[in-house]
Every structure is written in structure tokens, then in C-alpha cells.
Design a protein. Structure first.
Length: 118
């Protein structure tokens, strides 16, 4: 079972901590970690460029790249990046086949860069 995000407040996906600081702590604990960063947006996008989400190999995370609508897909991809070590650029938009699956039916586009941290 994946840990539920303690870093998401009841007010609606506001990060309660600094993802980079959390990544540093997790790395110091020997955890395997990936960082997802919003690198591009267009139209209706829930988070601005530069928003970050840190994920460990068990699915625990801190921060936000989407306010919830694509967070699950980004977390799954981040766990794959941790396992494989190869960075990815994820592209979610209404024209994407995955748009409806991940909840981005609102008319926007978001690109997220995901990299493993060592």
C-alpha cells in the first residue's frame, strides 16, 4: 500500500513542505528519490512552471505539480525513473490519449521533467 500524502492539506493540495529540503532528508536516510518539476504550461494548468514534487521509491511524496489532476500519473512515472535511472519529460494535454485518464480535461497542457536524485 502506498503512503498517503501527509504533505497535502485539506485545503486542496497545497504543499506543506519544501520538496527539495525533503529530498535532501530522504537521500540522507538512504531512500531512493526522484524529483518532478513543471517545465512548461499552456492554457488551464493547475500549477506554475517551477512547481516541484519529490517522490521516493515506495510512493511517498511531498509537493505538487498538478493540484491533484495528474499527480498519480507523475508519481507512477517517478517511481519508474527511480528504478531505471533514466530521466523523462512527461506531456499531459487535452489532445493526449492520457488526458481524460489523468483528469486533464480542462483545456490545458503541462510538461513535467522527472529525474532521479543521487
Amino acid at each position: 500500500m502506498t503512503a498517503m500524502p501527509s504533505a497535502i492539506s485539506a485545503a486542496g493540495f497545497e504543499p506543506e513542505g519544501d520538496p527539495l529540503k525533503e529530498a535532501e532528508i530522504w537521500l540522507g536516510q538512504g531512500r531512493r528519490v526522484a524529483l518532478a518539476t513543471v517545465i512548461s504550461t499552456w492554457g488551464s494548468s493547475p500549477r506554475p512552471v517551477g512547481s516541484m514534487l519529490v517522490v521516493d521509491s515506495k510512493g511517498a511524496f511531498v509537493g505538487s505539480v498538478s493540484g491533484g489532476c495528474i499527480e498519480g500519473a507523475v508519481i507512477a512515472e517517478a517511481m519508474e525513473v527511480i528504478a531505471e535511472g533514466t530521466p523523462k519529460i512527461l506531456d499531459f494535454s487535452v489532445s493526449s490519449e492520457r488526458a481524460w485518464d489523468v483528469g486533464l480535461s480542462c483545456g490545458g497542457r503541462i510538461q513535467v521533467f522527472v529525474e532521479a536524485l543521487r
